[in-house]
Design a binder for this molecule. Sequence first.
Ligand code: CA
Length: 229
Amino acid sequence: MAQILVVEDEAAIRRGLVEVLEAKGHRVQAAVTGPEGLHLALAPSRPDLVLLDVMLPEMSGFDVLRAIRAKAPALPVIIVTAKGQEVDKVMGFELGVDDYVTKPFSVLELLGRVGAVLRRASGLPGDDPSGVLTIGMAIVDFDRLILSRDGVARELATKGFDLLRCLLRHKGKVVSRDAIMDEVWGQDSMLNTRTIDNYIVKLRQLIEPDPNNPCHLHTVHGAGYRLEL
Ligand code: CA
């Protein structure tokens, strides 16, 4: 059971969403306009998940999302779009959208996506990864510190493995540069955040099918980085 905020201006869809989610035992709040949704999303009794329509009065869903991300980088958000509506999914993922639902949607699909996002969000930081893991295009042996791609061992500094471990511990969640700095380099480090960015570029070259369009190691603007396996 979770607290879910529904931001949707079409009354019939809003009511439908509220009904379906309440029937599942969730506590549901509803908002009609962008500003109202933003206010509830950032209220002290912060929801566990926001279902956010794109076409909203006064403020678009993406503007609401951008404002949410500035204050609550890790708050899970599912974007609700209308069929045939142009949605810039790349922009959405950069803004940290957790998933999309397209109207009209089936109750099963909606509940499936809501459940998956809530499960991912409630995952506590995992254990330190060990052994051999496949991460994107790479195979990483965390015990022997060997990363290979296409069967060839590639060069990666020890800190690169540490950074990968850090992102894996928080898999599916945004990790801020400050948190990365603390966990990988230690609090006293005089490290420039550029160094982190350089390691991210390097990791993308190693794990991404297309480093310029990352599908595993995402940048969440103004918030940090998120690794998806
Ligand atoms: Ca709408």
